[in-house]
Design a protein around this ligand. Structure first.
Ligand code: SF4
Length: 222
């Protein structure tokens, strides 16, 4: 087993945050009416994608009936319905649809992960829970050593800067802003493709396409 697989096994078996363990398992037991016939994942959700990726995408945390149900990042929820078509248009994914872990989706040059691995109530992990989960992200960054880190939302952005001990006061989050870290990798901020952002037009498909184009350009820099 390689280091990424071994890390993912550790993530899947983690029970460090009592509130989140209770919530993710309760949601998986009760289920949403539309998914009563499905087996929910109900565990921490590991990262997935191309282990040779130059670009790492960091989200917030699993949705209760999205990746907490399917077991794969952004799969089966409204954010994924916006994210994966954009990755497909940009040439990072072989298909736009992402419904389950066995849907045939393959990512190229992209690996997708999150700041927190367990679905939180109201989509809001506490600071303590994010801190508990941070070592997993730090290890992923060390193993994958990405050239570009696309942070979906302010929380992911600040978490990544915290791991690299970069100063937030200098590197402010904004959509499309990029910063080079001391070791040379780039951090690129993007609004999160949540339904709240996409349904209100805060994040449009055109704006999102520009992020993936910029990520490619940054990854190609020497
Ligand atoms: S959020 Fe992270 S640290 Fe907390 S239980 Fe889930 S995997 Fe473990």
């Amino acid at each position: 087993m390689n280091s990424l697989e071994s890390l993912n096994q550790q993530i899947i078996s983690c029970r460090k945050c009592p509130r989140l363990v209770e919530w993710r398992e309760e949601v998986a037991r009760v289920k949403r009416k539309a998914y009563l016939d499905q087996d929910y994942w109900g565990k921490p959700v590991p990262g997935f994608g191309d282990p040779q990726a130059r670009i790492l995408v960091v989200g917030l945390a699993p949705g209760a009936h999205g990746s907490n149900r399917t077991g794969r990042q952004f799969t089966g929820d409204a954010s994924g319905k916006f994210l994966f078509p954009a990755l497909h248009r940009a040439g990072f994914a072989n298909q736009a649809a992402a419904e389950s872990r066995s849907d045939g989706l393959l990512l190229k040059d992209i690996y997708i992960t999150a700041s927190g691995r367990c679905a939180p109530p109201d989509n809001k992990p506490s600071l303590e829970e994010l801190n508990n989960c941070q070592p997993f992200l730090a290890r992923e960054l060390k193993i994958l050593h990405p050239k570009v880190i696309v942070c979906l939302g302010r929380i992911a952005f600040e978490r990544v800067l915290k791991i690299y001990a970069a100063r937030n006061s200098v590197n402010k989050f904004s959509h499309g802003a990029s910063y080079q870290l001391e070791h040379g990798a780039w951090v690129l901020g993007s609004y999160h493709p949540s339904q709240q952002n996409t349904s209100t037009g805060k994040l449009t498909a055109k704006m999102f396409d520009a992020i993936w184009l910029k990520a490619k350009q940054l990854a190609a820099r020497k």
